[in-house]
Design a protein around this ligand. Structure first.
Ligand SMILES: *Cc1c(COP(=O)(O)O)cnc(C)c1O
Length: 390
């Protein structure tokens, strides 16, 4: 890559070096393939394609129609969905606009949405007050049990019955455990609410058959494509096809409701990532990612660190550093000094403020892409322990 713009070229190269040199435990990051980067950096970025395949507003879209159709086809194949029963929209520019499209398409302003509160592991777009989803709609928060630090379905049922939300959101941003999608469906049915699953964090694990799929139970499944799924930044919105026509409502919310032209280079790159995720290697990757997280959690616990919910079923670990007299900001600074990149994170029932919470969040998706295995996790736990106690 030789660019005429030396300033930006220099920064790209510097970032490449930073990425190569550091151990990356940011749970929402990953490393894409050369093919994904090639698709992202292609001439497809030049094309305006407002509308959907076969129904575009501008001319010259025959080829990008094929790109989007291929992306759709691969999304169905990867998640084993029958296009008779499911629809997928590939155009939302990222996870947050994808979620907003669901709200805009299916809810009236002010409707109640039941989502996990941020401090228990929910995403901002699940109705937090600083997000548009909490300003235009009303969040009914739920959380985890104080004792197990896991979902308490009886409590969730009681809140749903009391509050009668229009939509329940399951799928989280800092919850390490398996979710019982079937129980969430039963609760949604009891109060006649939509069940939306936001599988952004675990999509790659679902694709690799290493984590339960929400599709048999959800009305809508949203996901980012850049976390465990290892694609470019982007999102997919899957909608169950039936007489309620949720698919049409959500398509309209994405375009023209919220966006103009889709980013066709991004759609192509998503298609590439979906094909990669169909490989046998990717299934191994998904299983290894979870194994690595489980070993890392176990080793950290053996070294005296309190891990929220005592372990993980996914790529993600929450460590309560306050239990050892540290705070999340200090801990993440100390790790960065040792070349390990993490984020500070709240823990359930955190008594410290979000700007400096009690925990750190670790994820193994990126390092597993780089070939790390169980034995590396044992060493990594020691390195983390040493850095934190320095
Ligand atoms: C990452 C994430 C999002 C938002 O994705 P962006 O692409 O950053 O907007 C939404 N929901 C969940 C659960 C996430 O983890």
């Amino acid at each position: 890559m030789a660019m005429k713009d030396r300033e930006i070229e220099k920064l790209i190269k510097a970032e490449e070096v930073r990425q190569k040199k550091s151990i990356n435990l940011i749970a929402s990051e990953n490393y894409v393939s050369k093919d994904v980067l090639t698709a992202l950096g292609s001439v497809l970025t030049n094309k305006y394609a407002e509308g959907y395949p076969g129904r575009r507003y501008y001319k010259g879209n025959a080829i990008v129609d094929e790109v989007e159709n291929l992306c759709v086809e691969r999304a169905f194949k990867l998640f084993k969905l029958d296009p008779k029963d499911w629809h997928v929209n590939t155009q939302a520019l990222s996870g947050s606009p994808a979620n907003l499209s669901v709200y805009l398409g299916l809810l009236e302003k002010g409707d109640k949405v039941m989502g996990m509160s941020l401090d228990h592991g929910g995403h901002l777009t699940h109705g937090h007050k600083v997000s548009i989803t909490g300003k235009f709609w009303t969040q009914v928060p739920y959380g985890v049990s104080k004792v197990t630090e896991m979902l308490d379905y009886e409590e969730i049922r009681a809140i749903a019955k009391r509050e009668q939300p229009k939509m329940i959101i399951a799928g989280y941003t800092a919850y390490p455990r398996v979710v019982d999608w079937k129980k969430m469906r039963e609760i949604a049915d009891e109060v006649n609410a939509y069940l939306m699953v936001d599988m952004s964090h675990v999509a790659g694990l679902v694709a690799g058959l290493a984590y339960p799929a929400p599709f048999p139970y959800a009305d809508i499944v949203t996901t980012t494509t850049h976390k465990t799924l290892r694609g470019p930044r982007g999102a997919l919105i899957f909608t169950r096809k039936d007489s309620r026509e949720l698919d049409k409502k959500i398509d309209k919310a994405v375009f023209p409701g919220l966006q103009g032209g889709p980013h066709m280079n991004q759609t192509a790159a998503i298609a590439v990532a979906l094909k990669e995720a169909l490989s046998a290697d990717f299934k191994k990757y998904a299983k290894q990612t979870i194994k690595n997280a489980q070993v890392l959690a176990k080793e950290l616990m053996a070294l005296g660190w309190r891990v929220v919910s005592n372990g993980t079923d996914s790529h993600l670990i929450l460590v309560d550093v306050a239990s050892q007299g540290l705070d999340g900001k200090d801990a993440s600074d100390k790790l960065e000094n040792a070349g390990i990149i993490v984020n500070k994170n709240g823990i359930p029932f955190d008594t410290r403020p979000p700007v400096n919470p009690s925990g750190i969040r670790l994820g193994t998706a990126g390092e597993t892409t780089r070939g790390k295995e169980e034995k590396d996790m044992v060493l990594l736990a020691k390195k983390i322990d040493k850095a934190l106690r320095a």
